[in-house]
Ligand binder design. Structure first.
Ligand SMILES: Cc1cc2nc3c(=O)[nH]c(=O)nc-3n(C[C@H](O)[C@H](O)[C@H](O)COP(=O)(O)OP(=O)(O)OC[C@H]3O[C@@H](n4cnc5c(N)ncnc54)[C@H](O)[C@@H]3O)c2cc1C
Length: 490
């Protein structure tokens, strides 16, 4: 088969990115997943929501999340392989991205703890003062199983898209630190040793400009719990990350950067998650195609294997081609993040280009993952809807990828905003100039210029089809730029 490489995430990375210094680690990590991780991941998904043990036998509040021991083994495997510490040892985020891709092929929910830990480490290392960094950073960069985990808690019950209107958590200065009080409604990696959280310093202005980013440890300096878990969400998927409701009550916290620039720090945190979500979506789509392929090679209908029927064969060809384009979009956005993540305001044009690609990638790859997971079910026929064969899991997982880290609507509109304010579509055009896909991008950039002149209501009302086409055309053009290995080009 010309697309045999879809069966292995490492093979796809080799094919699309070429050799990297991390090939040995990636191969070993993939082998672990094949031998042990797959079965653990299936069991965790089947077991559904874990429990929280809120009190110990002496009645002390402990909030322990009760996953089976195998879960911890699966979780620690990625940390040990270097999803966090390699980025700092080697001064590049690429090993994190590569390991996140591999993880998501097997369990995209598990990518969440790694992602939110990375999204905690990065602002801490960039904006934390010396004392905070010395106290916390080494714990997150440990290479052994005592490594700490991070989390990113912004969303509250009234809604996650409009943080400016809906974050009601208040921060009050207290000695050399702050105290936070409020409730976080969607808090993934509940139980993490450290979280970054959005809160409004008392007296700060309303809206997003009044928000700041704080570091919240799990334990107070006195050794008591610093936040409590009200309950865990009973989710349709991503069961390998506990998502909970978090209560902050005079919780000790440390301001990152300056309060006035808080919203920019919050957006920087979200950008990391969007990149990871994009890589995760592509990996999930690859997994769905791989499973569909294995099934189609063995299932027989009308006298031949279903993969040999012309219509299905064309669908496989097109899916694999779209997979490559989606990967190119996600990977280029990841590479740009690696280039610009240390930038501070005022950001460069390169940074705004990154933002545009991050929005397009988050939007388009998640849509592609949902469509591909649905198609994978269809290829399996009736067997695709039976939980025992696990195919339906990819659709459940994909639906979450499309919503968390910002919904499709928000990505489309935020992408539009960075083009209006920073002309990022023109920067993209220059960036793509030598690529053969550029003429189509040029045409759509002109259409966007005209679109941006519309009154705001009209602009948003009619943007979706243009935004969707823009994402697809950009993905295709970026594919032309990639050093794709010829062995598997279909
Ligand atoms: C499993 C899971 C885990 C999560 N983990 C975390 C976490 O760890 N930390 C965290 O901070 N958050 C987390 N979230 C929250 C997530 O980021 C939000 O769900 C997401 O940002 C959307 O917010 P919302 O659900 O409140 O929807 P809302 O903001 O209420 O939006 C509802 C709908 O309105 C649409 N909408 C909003 N504004 C516009 C507009 N201007 N134009 C058109 N449509 C619009 C949205 O796209 C959406 O379809 C998690 C969510 C899930 C499902």
């Amino acid at each position: 088969m010309p697309f045999d490489f879809v069966r292995s995430p490492y093979a796809l990375l080799q094919d699309m990115v070429g050799p990297t210094p991390y090939d040995g680690v990636l191969k070993e990590y993939e082998a672990w997943w094949e031998q042990e991780g797959r079965a653990i991941s299936d069991a965790v998904d089947r077991a559904q929501t874990p429990w929280v043990r809120m009190f110990d036998t002496a009645g002390k509040r402990v909030d322990e999340i009760l996953y089976p021991p195998d879960y911890r083994r699966m979780l620690k495997q990625g940390y040990r392989s270097g999803v966090l510490w390699r980025a700092f040892r080697d001064q590049t985020l690429l090993p994190s991205f590569l390991l996140l891709y591999l993880t998501s092929f097997y369990d995209c929910g598990l990518s969440c703890p790694y992602t939110v830990s990375l999204s905690t480490v990065l602002p801490l290392s960039k904006y934390g003062d010396a004392a905070i960094k010395e106290r916390f950073l080494p714990n997150l960069l440990r290479e052994d199983d005592a490594v700490w985990q991070g989390a990113t808690w912004m969303t509250e019950i009234k809604g996650g898209s409009d943080l400016g209107a809906n974050v009601e958590t208040v921060a009050v200065p207290q000695g050399d630190a702050w105290q936070l009080t409020g409730d976080k409604y969607f808090a993934s990696n509940a139980g993490a040793e450290l979280a970054v959280a959005a809160a409004r310093p008392k007296g700060a202005p309303a809206g997003v400009r009044g928000l700041a980013l704080f570091l919240v440890p799990r334990w107070r300096r006195s050794g008591e719990l610093n936040y409590t878990i009200r309950r865990l969400k009973d989710k349709i998927a991503t069961r390998s990350v506990p998502t909970g409701e978090i209560e902050l009550r005079d919780s000790e916290a440390y301001l990152l950067g300056s309060a006035e620039e808080g919203i920019y720090l919050i957006l920087e945190v979200l950008n990391v998650s969007r990149i990871s979500n994009s890589l995760g979506s592509v990996a999930l789509a690859q997994r769905a195609i791989a499973d569909a392929l294995s099934f189609a090679e063995s299932r027989v209908a009308f006298g031949r294997r279903i993969v040999e029927h012309p219509m299905l064969r064309t669908q496989f060809d097109e899916r694999v081609r779209d997979l490559r384009a989606a990967f190119a979009l996600a990977w280029e956005a990841s590479r740009l993040l690696n280039e610009v993540w240390q930038e501070r305001r005022p950001y460069s044009d390169r940074y705004h280009l990154f933002r545009l690609l991050a929005h397009l990638a988050k939007y388009w790859t998640a849509e592609f993952a949902v469509q591909t997971a649905k198609w994978c079910m269809e290829v399996h026929g009736g067997l695709g809807v039976l939980a025992e064969f696990r195919v339906e899991r990819w659709l459940r997982e994909a639906m979450i990828l499309a919503i968390w880290e910002g919904t499709a609507h928000r990505q489309l509109l935020d992408g539009l905003e960075v083009m209006e304010r920073k002309q990022a579509h023109h920067t993209l055009l220059q960036y793509l100039a030598p690529a053969s896909g550029a003429p189509e991008v040029r045409e759509i950039v002109e259409a966007i210029d005209a679109h941006l002149k519309l009154p705001i209501e009209e602009r948003e009302r009619t943007w979706e089809p243009i935004g969707t086409r823009f994402a697809k055309v950009t993905a295709e053009a970026l594919l032309q730029k990639m050093p794709v290995q010829k062995t598997s080009a279909s």
